[in-house]
Design a protein around this ligand. Structure first.
Ligand code: 8YV
Length: 335
């Protein structure tokens, strides 16, 4: 009997869903949330034919060196800046991610964070818990309105569009900027107008970031960009931390050049820039935008489907539902 393929599961996920891998593969599971060193990840990947990984797991040349059996990496997440896709493609490894299943949940959270930021929910709760509330007063913790305001969306992919659709119910004017302009029919459905980057910054009352992280978007929101925003505006980031220069953000908040910020993602997460913790008008959450139970389960399930199919098993054998590349392995022919 030939040996079954072996897969590495880099983090504890949902056991009942991951158990599906056991129908086809020997499974090397990881019992506790772990920051694997590049050497440890490499050792695990050298033994594996495929792997299920998360944003905690950078996978690039160092991690796949000498991993001659490795054919598939399934990322649990739509963002895949933890994967060096060109390096995986060059090594004939099929990469996949989990789009769509998290769109609506992530859009819900973008709204939750934007509204909490505009209405100072974090600050108000801290103040109350700290026992400051002696009597009700008319002018305490006044925030800014979301309804009727101008919403700016930077990055108009699936999640950006889902955020825009929600804005219709709030009577907002929605402006967006994206690498490419959307088809007119989609703009109409989202009731969103395309503007240039500078105009988006200048006009948004509430700016939300939903674009992928890449060398091009690194610190896109820097001191110069923040200076173009209105002092009463808020900034919400549910994309990736590295898009915002956090020191420049703290400077802008400290000098009242920006009203407030809501952050779910951080440049060095889970480490936080200590200056952020000092800001009163900042709502901070620990990268939970896709974190409803149903959605996190759907993400793991899709990643498992991707891995099974990419390794040539299951009903979609050879056709993973959401591939990121189409690598050709040495000795294999295309089509
Ligand atoms: C995930 C995310 O929780 O999908 C993404 O890009 O940032 C989050 O929804 C994370 O990627 C898990 O690996």
């Amino acid at each position: 009997m030939s040996e079954r393929p072996r897969v590495w599961v880099s983090q504890p996920l949902f056991d009942d869903i991951v158990a599906r891998l056991g129908e086809y593969f020997e499974v090397d599971a990881t019992a506790a949330v772990t920051q694997h060193t590049p050497e440890a990840a490499n050792a695990a990947l050298r033994r594996a034919d495929g792997a299920l990984v998360t944003l905690n797991d950078p996978i690039g040349a160092a991690q796949i060196a000498g991993a001659t059996r490795l054919r598939a990496i399934a990322n649990v997440g739509v963002g895949y800046n933890n994967l060096d896709v060109p390096a995986l493609s060059a090594a004939g490894i099929l990469a996949s991610n989990t789009p769509d299943v998290l769109t609506e949940t992530t859009a819900d959270f973008g709204w939750a964070l934007m509204m909490a930021t505009a209405r100072r929910v974090g600050e108000a709760e801290r103040w109350l818990r700290e026992g400051h509330w002696q009597r009700w007063s008319f002018d305490s913790l006044l925030g800014s309105d979301v309804h009727g305001a101008t919403l700016g969306i930077l990055g108009m992919g699936r999640i950006g569009q889902a955020i825009a659709r929600r804005a219709v119910g709030f009577g907002m004017r929605t402006l967006y900027h994206n690498r490419s302009r959307l088809p007119e029919a989609v703009e109409r459905e989202c009731a969103a107008s395309y503007v240039g980057f500078d105009e988006l910054l200048a006009r948004a009352d509430h700016l939300i970031l939903v674009l992928p992280y890449s060398p091009q978007s690194h610190h896109l929101i820097d001191a110069a960009a923040l200076a173009k925003m209105q002092p009463h505006a808020t900034l919400t980031n549910i994309a990736r931390g590295g898009i915002v220069d956090e020191d420049a953000l703290c400077d802008a908040l400290e000098h009242n050049r920006l009203a407030a910020a809501g952050l779910d993602v951080y440049e060095g997460e889970p480490k936080l820039n200590p200056r952020l913790l000092q800001q009163r008008r900042v709502v901070l959450t620990p990268h939970i935008a896709s974190g409803s139970l149903a959605t996190r389960r759907a993400m793991v399930s899709l990643a498992v489907d991707n891995l099974i199919a990419a390794l040539g098993y299951g009903p979609d054998a050879g056709r993973p539902p959401s591939p990121l590349n189409a690598p050709v392995r040495a000795g294999e022919s295309v089509g």
